[in-house]
Design a protein around this ligand. Structure first.
Ligand code: ES4
Ligand code: ZN
Length: 324
């Protein structure tokens, strides 16, 4: 089973590039850029990565991102993730980034996207790894701030395939961003949104009906509504599930209690993704391994999960056929 997981060519659809910042690179960049980080050594960092919910993680994740300053920093961050893709046989990846985390600190939008973009171009040239970039709005900030970010993104329209919504979910429902997502959709961006990670399934309905989402990130709380489950199945609406993340952030008590097998057996389009792998103890293969070691997943289930990731991807339809 583990051999199958390792050898299958995979797509990743839910990966925050800032969440792939490993402690070693964090320390190197902190030193180079003369930025203070609240850790004395790598062991100290590992001890701090002990979360009780989404917010306790986010506080640490945003503090870590402060070390990213130059275009080369964003290149190095992205390149380090690409090397993990090579290791795990990820052949297509759709990367989230959080422009506001950087522009709020005075780092230019162009610095961030150009660094990411040039590493992804090298990934294609060196390893044949295809990719696209999705820009996320931070939902704890205002819709006006999201509009400013969309404005800044228009100069990079051809480099960004879609817009997403992340950060603190509870109290920041999708409907807070109705107008900015309408404008993004009208401009031709794909739409995704984190919904039903910690908050209840009403957030998933809003992501679908108000934001007109093409995929739901997480979505595991759908299990609490039979009507929504039926709809997600009928529409084959993709859910990008992140098992390690859900365990580390206490969405489920244990891997044995994770509902991915139930969602899959119901007929939903679920995939396995790593979310913030530097913070959640492993990249995509480790997510699959943790699942098969704790749930009665079959080899066919693994193949279905992997095929779902290609089916749900934003790869052009004519090219997509080759992966299915
Ligand atoms: C995130 Cl796990 C998760 N949830 C919401 N927003 C995020 N940003 C980075 N990781
Ligand atoms: Zn996420």
């Amino acid at each position: 089973m583990i051999e199958l997981i390792k050898k299958l060519p995979k797509a990743e659809l839910h990966l925050h590039i800032e969440g792939s910042l490993e402690p070693e690179l964090m320390f190197r960049l902190a030193q180079k850029n003369d930025i203070q980080i609240p850790y004395k050594d790598i062991d100290d960092v590992r001890r701090a990565y002990n979360f009780t919910n989404l917010q306790t993680f986010l506080d640490i994740y945003y503090a870590g991102a402060n070390v990213l300053i130059t275009q080369q920093d964003f290149y190095d961050l992205t390149w380090a993730y690409i090397l993990k893709c090579v290791e795990d046989n990820v052949i297509h990846t759709e990367i989230f980034f959080d422009p506001q985390t950087h522009t709020e600190r005075g780092v230019e939008f162009a610095t961030v996207i150009n660094g990411i973009k040039s590493a992804l171009a090298d990934a294609k040239a060196e390893y044949g790894i295809s990719s696209c970039i999705i820009m996320c709005f931070l939902r704890h900030l205002s819709q006006d701030a999201a509009f400013e970010t969309l404005e800044a993104a228009m100069a990079f329209k051809d480099d960004i395939v879609g817009v997403g919504l992340d950060s603190s979910e509870l109290g920041n429902p999708p409907s807070k961003f109705t107008e900015v997502f309408r404008q993004a959709k009208d401009a031709g961006f794909k739409v995704v949104a984190h919904a039903g990670e910690e908050a209840d399934f009403s957030y998933i309905y809003e992501a679908l009906d108000v934001l007109r989402s093409d995929r739901i990130d997480h979505g595991v709380q759908a299990i609490h509504s039979e009507a929504l489950m039926q709809r997600l199945k009928e529409e084959q609406m993709p859910l990008t599930v992140c098992p390690n993340s859900n365990i580390e952030l206490k969405v489920f008590e244990s891997y044995q209690n994770h509902n991915i097998k139930t969602l899959l057996d119901y007929g939903l389009n679920v995939s396995v993704n790593s979310d913030d792998p530097a913070y959640f103890k492993g990249y995509i293969n480790q997510n699959f391994i943790n699942l098969v070691e704790n749930l009665p997943l079959t080899e066919d289930d693994i193949v279905t999960l992997v095929k779902n990731s290609f089916r749900a991807s934003f790869i052009d339809d004519d090219l997509k056929q080759a992966y299915l």
